[in-house]
Each structure stands twice: as structure tokens, then as C-alpha cells.
Design a protein around this ligand. Structure first.
Ligand SMILES: Cc1cc2nc3c(=O)[nH]c(=O)nc-3n(C[C@H](O)[C@H](O)[C@H](O)COP(=O)(O)OP(=O)(O)OC[C@H]3O[C@@H](n4cnc5c(N)ncnc54)[C@H](O)[C@@H]3O)c2cc1C
Length: 382
């Protein structure tokens, strides 16, 4: 089978240390966090101490300044192990890049060092009850009043929502301008009028605090504007290829883990005097999943290389996200089937993976939106 060529020996050593961290700091507590609906603050600090948060943050802001392959290793190991509670990847690879890319020197110095240590947990709030795929329809406003911005509105489905100390909020700074009136505003924990709503009950991701957020006349200084006023929509669009590739990387790792668990299980479980793997149907299913996973892996590794060269297009990222989430969903469903009734039991990783990862086809741009992006690039029609 085709070997991966993107990593060097250092990345391998880093992978070993991430595996050890997951075994020691995450595995023992994850079941409790699922009951609590969120992880502990301590695990964030422990990840920060090991240099596992904000891998790409340059040394001058307290980070290790590592390349995207270290990020890839972290994403793969966290996703493949099936522990979905810690929202590290959203904090490190989605929130931090906005600050790195669009923040002023002052903003970077204020927020990044604490985000690297895990003292400051990040979230990004775009989705609202009335606007998800169609972000131009958001209603949250940030209006100037003297020398301040006043934020009013409501967000929903926000990852790290309960624990976040810093939230990048997509707001309309000029509601008359559509997409050109959107800006990104940072709201920190403790600002008067910033309240958390419910920690939402989900079909999976039980240890993840996915929440409602409310902003009622929240006053922030103009220094909390991230990038130029009115550039928010463009900033969101610019970051999407990386965000979508991150989903694809996670989906690859989950598919491969599911395949490993299923090969092991079907080789042991007996029915009609044979192992489940002795049935041709099982081997055919496993072969189909393996072929899909391998083709996907090669494509996603190529996308990682393109991203690192600054050449990953919106269309290729959409292809990666679309196919990765669909291949993973199909694989999880087929693997669960091969586990029989045990596949439906929460104590089995395959059951969790199946429920935990259904959202991959919805969040970060749904499969339908990915098809729109790819279809438009083919036809030129909007
Ligand atoms: C677990 C989880 C975590 C999340 N974390 C975050 C977060 O941290 N921050 C954040 O801002 N958001 C987050 N989201 C929200 C997520 O990004 C949105 O749910 C997603 O963008 C879809 O928006 P929506 O739910 O409003 O669905 P809608 O936009 O209402 O879509 C409903 C259906 O219509 C389809 N549809 C919409 N437009 C079109 C079209 N043009 N053509 C064809 N079909 C279309 C969609 O594909 C979907 O099937 C999270 C969601 C989940 C489930």
C-alpha cells in the first residue's frame, strides 16, 4: 500500500508524544467529561504545557512556530483516538489563525501567549439561529457609540462556547452593506452583557461544550476589531480552505481508525462457526473502505502540501471536505454494521465515532455548499 511521504522523523517523535498525552491526560477522564458536557480546564493547561496548542504560533508570541505537519499530527491523533471533548483543533487551527493573520501587533501580544498556554480558550461565533450556511444573513450587530463598539445579537452551535475566554464574533458593522458590512469583533469573558446560554444537547460530541451565546449591549473598545472594518466576510472566506482541510484530515484519521477497529473485531467475533471476517461480505466491505480511505489519504496529503505552499484553492479544499466527510460517514456506518449490536453500544468506540462525526457533513460548510462551490467552478454559474 502507498506509504505517506509528507512527514520526517521529528514528526514521528512528535506523534509518539501526542499519543502518550492522549493516553495519560485525556483517555482516563473522557467518560466523565461526557457526563459533565465539557472537559476540564486542567487538560487545556496540560496541552499548553506540552506545546500542543497553537503549534503554528511564532516564538515571539510564545508558540513553537512549528509547520502545519505538526498540526496535522495533532489533528490525526486526536481524531483517530476518538476523544472529541477537547476543542483544541478549533482553538489552535481555526481561532488562532485569525489572530495571527489579521491581528495587530498589540492584539497578538495580548492574546496569543495565553492561548498557547491554554489559559485563554478561543471560540469563533458565526452561526445564528436564523443564519448558518448563508452568513450574509447574520443579524448580530456591532455599532459604534463614541469610542466603543456595542455588540447586540445571538449566536448558536458555538464550539467551546461555555469554556471560551475569547470569542471572535461575526457582526454586521453596517447592516446596509450585506457581505461588505460584516466585521470580526473579539469579545472576551467578563464583558458586561456577554452571557452564555444552554450547553446544547447533541447526538454526539457529548464532552464538547457547544453552546448558545448572547450579546446584550456588550461594549468593547475599537481595538477589539480584528482586521479592517467591513472585511469580515472576506476574512472568513480566506480562512475556509484551511478550515475545510482540517475537517478532511480529521475524517481521514477517523476512517482509518474505524477500519482498524473493525478488522480486529471481525477477526475475533464468531458466527456460524467462523469469524465474521471469514464471510466474503465482510472482506468486500473492508476492501471498499480501505480503497476509499487510501485514495482519500493520498488526495488529502497532496492538499496539505498545497496549503503549506499557500496554493490550496477553495475548490480543492471543498472537494477534500466533501469527499472526506462522505467517505468517513459511509465507512462508519458500514463498520458499525459489522459490529452488530455491539456497534450500537456507547462503550464501543465505533458507536461513538458514528454519532460524534455525523456533523462533519453539516458544519464548516455543508456537503451541499461544497457541491455548490465545486459546481460553480465548473459551470461559472451562481
Ligand atoms: C457540532 C457543531 C459544532 C459547530 N460549531 C460551530 C462553531 O464553532 N462556530 C460557528 O459559527 N458555527 C458552528 N456550527 C454551525 C455550523 O457551521 C452550521 O450548522 C452550518 O454552517 C449549517 O448552518 P445551519 O445549521 O444554519 O443550516 P442551514 O444553513 O439552515 O442549512 C439547512 C440545510 O439546507 C442546505 N442548504 C443551505 N443552503 C443551501 C444551498 N445554497 N444549496 C443547497 N442546499 C443548501 C444545507 O446544506 C442543509 O442541508 C456548528 C455546528 C455543529 C453541528
Amino acid at each position: 500500500m502507498i506509504e505517506r511521504t509528507i512527514f520526517n522523523e521529528e514528526h514521528g517523535l512528535f506523534r509518539d508524544s501526542v499519543k502518550r498525552f492522549i493516553e495519560k491526560e485525556i483517555a482516563p477522564d473522557h467518560a466523565q467529561w461526557e457526563k459533565d458536557g465539557q472537559v476540564s480546564r486542567e487538560v487545556w493547561l496540560a496541552a499548553g504545557e506540552r506545546g500542543f496548542l497553537g503549534c503554528s504560533v511564532p516564538e515571539e508570541y510564545g508558540g513553537p512556530g512549528a509547520d502545519f505537519l505538526y498540526t496535522t499530527v495533532l489533528l490525526e491523533e486526536m481524531a483517530g483516538a476518538g476523544y472529541t471533548g477537547p476543542g483544541f483543533h478549533l482553538h489552535s487551527e481555526i481561532v488562532i489563525p485569525y489572530i495571527l493573520q489579521y491581528g495587530t501587533e498589540e492584539q497578538k501580544k495580548t492574546w496569543l501567549p495565553k492561548m498557547v498556554t491554554g489559559e485563554c480558550i478561543g471560540a469563533i461565533a458565526m452561526t445564528e439561529p436564523g443564519a448558518g450556511s448563508d452568513l450574509q444573513g447574520i443579524k448580530t450587530q456591532a455599532v459604534r457609540d463614541g469610542n466603543e463598539l456595542v455588540v447586540n445579537g445571538q449566536k448558536v452551535f458555538i464550539t467551546n462556547g461555555q469554556m471560551a475566554d475569547l470569542v471572535i464574533v461575526a457582526c454586521k458593522t453596517d447592516p446596509t452593506l450585506g457581505a461588505k458590512g460584516i466585521s470580526l469583533v473579539v469579545v472576551e469573558r467578563g464583558r458586561e452583557g456577554f452571557e452564555r446560554g444552554r450547553n446544547l444537547e447533541k447526538i454526539g460530541w457529548h464532552a464538547q461544550d457547544t453552546s448558545e451565546l448572547f450579546f446584550d449591549h456588550v461594549r468593547v473598545p475599537p481595538e477589539n476589531l480584528l482586521g479592517a472594518e467591513g472585511r469580515g466576510f472576506i476574512q472568513l472566506v480566506e480562512q475556509l480552505p484551511q478550515e475545510r482541510l482540517i475537517v478532511a484530515i480529521r475524517c481521514c484519521a477517523i476512517t482509518e481508525s474505524a477500519l482498524d477497529w473493525t478488522v480486529e473485531y471481525t477477526n475475533e467475533r464468531q458466527a456460524f462457526g467462523r469469524t465474521i471476517a471469514d464471510f466474503q461480505n465482510t472482506r468486500f466491505k473492508l476492501a471498499e473502505i480501505k480503497s476509499d480511505a487510501l485514495m482519500l489519504r493520498v488526495f488529502v496529503d497532496k492538499c496539505i502540501e498545497l496549503l503549506m505552499r499557500g496554493e490550496l484553492s477553495a475548490e480543492d479544499a471543498a472537494v477534500a471536505k466533501l469527499r472526506a466527510s462522505e467517505i468517513m460517514s459511509n465507512a462508519l456506518d458500514e463498520c458499525l454494521q459489522l459490529f452488530g449490536g455491539y456497534g450500537y453500544m456507547w462503550e464501543y468506540p465505533i458507536a461513538r465515532a458514528w454519532a460524534d462525526n455525523r456533523f462533519a457533513r453539516i458544519a464548516g460548510g455543508s456537503s451541499e455548499i461544497m457541491k455548490e462551490i465545486i459546481g460553480r467552478s465548473l459551470t461559472g454559474k451562481r
